[in-house]
Design a protein around this ligand. Structure first.
Ligand code: CMX
Ligand code: CO
Length: 150
């Protein structure tokens, strides 16, 4: 079950100047900044609606922290722009199993750590009409769904 658009991921060269663009142009404020070493990014979450309790939607601005990362590869080939879309679910492992049964490649054998204590997994863009797709179980959804193993 997918319950919302959790975030839209946007690849950028400079997190600071991209934050500045979204703040000046739309008035979006930064809800959260963190480095995710495993994903190779420094990222900022700009809340578009809702509250940080698991039901919100965000823009996720992504700046690569190393050349051998998915976002660095994307920037080198396509330049700045929309990198992925992320759907929220109360149970990321169950959702990944369900989409896999429909022939969509799940890129992570086990769900990984995402932003703000969330649990995430990615689906191959070639199986999703050219859209890199992420499934997100927000930290706030854990209580409703039962604590995840990871
Ligand atoms: N959106 C759509 N298509 C994409 C894509 C993207 N973001 N990234 C790559 N592709 C396409 C390419 O265009 C290419 O297509 P063609 O063969 O037609 O040219 C194909 O996928 C393979 O591209 P590649 O450059 O060889 O890339 P890889 O196969 O090495 O990796 C992917 C692609 C999706 C498997 C890899 O980027 C990945 O594992 N991503 C998941 C992790 C991630 O993106 N983390 C950063 C975000 C972290 C977060 O959100 O928290
Ligand atoms: Co994301």
């Amino acid at each position: 079950m997918l319950t919302r658009i959790d975030h839209v991921g946007i690849a950028c060269h400079s997190l600071d100047s991209t934050i500045d663009f979204y703040r000046r142009t739309y008035g979006f404020e930064v809800a959260h900044v963190e480095v995710n070493e495993e994903q190779g990014v420094r990222e900022a979450m700009l809340r578009v609606n809702g509250t940080d309790d698991g039901g919100a939607s965000y823009l996720q601005l992504l700046e690569p922290i190393r050349e051998d990362s998915p976002v660095a590869a994307f920037l080198a080939r396509k330049g700045e722009g929309v990198h992925h879309i992320a759907f929220g679910t109360p149970d990321v492992a169950a959702e990944a199993g369900s989409v896999a049964e429909n022939g969509v490649r799940v890129l992570d054998a086990e769900p990984r750590r995402g932003t703000m204590g969330s649990t995430i997994t990615f689906l191959h863009p070639k199986d999703c009409g050219g859209v890199l797709t992420e499934l997100v179980q927000a930290a706030g959804d854990d209580e409703q769904a039962g604590a995840p193993d990871a």
